[in-house]
Design a protein around this ligand. Structure first.
Ligand SMILES: CC(C)(COP(=O)(O)OP(=O)(O)OC[C@H]1O[C@@H](n2cnc3c(N)ncnc32)[C@H](O)[C@@H]1OP(=O)(O)O)[C@@H](O)C(=O)NCCC(=O)NCCS
Length: 182
């Protein structure tokens, strides 16, 4: 695992477009996340090639409420007033999927976040398609617990073309939470 650099932008964008679709994050946003102290954009390499990427963002209360569909009181209690981090995506290059790269990246980044005590709560919204939640095992084995089903949360985003749905996203979203420092 290493921190993403500006030179990684084309590889990250290509993975996102191929596996998740168009309009999930543009190049400018990708650059902002590389430079922002509130973002953790990390990559995994195989033989010098970027094959997996994940983005964790320290969120303010309003965006944590919007993305997790939780009340501020609940989030404050779970995070004990410490920062809340949202894992916005995990994406692996198609040819490298099911090769252990996704698991390795999340396991190493979770260990790093615990080590530097970056948050009180980490959450993610996992998607379901073809009757499976592909990333479920990775997050559960890293200490995340299922919280609730959100429904088709990505459908609201008209600019997002989902690679699985081949149009506006009808995947179901499920929140998974992990309390840090317990
Ligand atoms: C889902 C994804 C992130 C998993 O990463 P990966 O490197 O392929 O997965 P790993 O090889 O580390 O496998 C970890 C576990 O996930 C499971 N898994 C991987 N892809 C899966 C899929 N499409 N459906 C169901 N389970 C899947 C593996 O079987 C393995 O399970 P195990 O712990 O029971 O042995 C990756 O395949 C990917 O980017 N897919 C496309 C985009 C996507 O679906 N993102 C996740 C949104 S929820």
């Amino acid at each position: 695992m290493r921190k993403a650099e500006v030179k990684d932008i084309p590889a990250i964008m290509a993975m996102l477009e191929e596996s998740m679709g168009n309009g999930y994050m543009d190049e400018n946003k990708c650059r902002e996340h590389i430079e922002s102290p509130k973002s953790f954009l990390y990559v995994e390499e195989d033989e010098g090639k970027v094959v997996a990427s994940t983005l964790y963002i320290i969120e303010n209360m309003q965006s944590a409420m919007d993305n997790s569909k939780e009340e501020s009181e609940v989030l404050s209690k779970l995070s004990r007033g410490e920062p809340i981090i949202h894992c916005k995506f995990l994406c692996v290059d198609k040819k490298h999927q099911k090769g252990g790269f996704g698991r390795k990246l999340i396991t190493e980044l979770e260990a790093y976040i615990e080590k530097i005590k970056a948050a009180g709560l980490v959450y993610t919204v996992l998607c379901e398609y073809n009757n499976a939640i592909p990333a479920k095992s990775i997050f559960e084995k890293n200490g995340f617990s299922f919280r609730k089903k959100l429904g088709q949360v990505w459908y609201e985003d008209e600019d997002y073309y989902c690679a699985v749905c081949k149009g506006r996203c009808r995947c179901e979203g499920y929140t998974y939470f992990k309390k840090i420092g317990e």
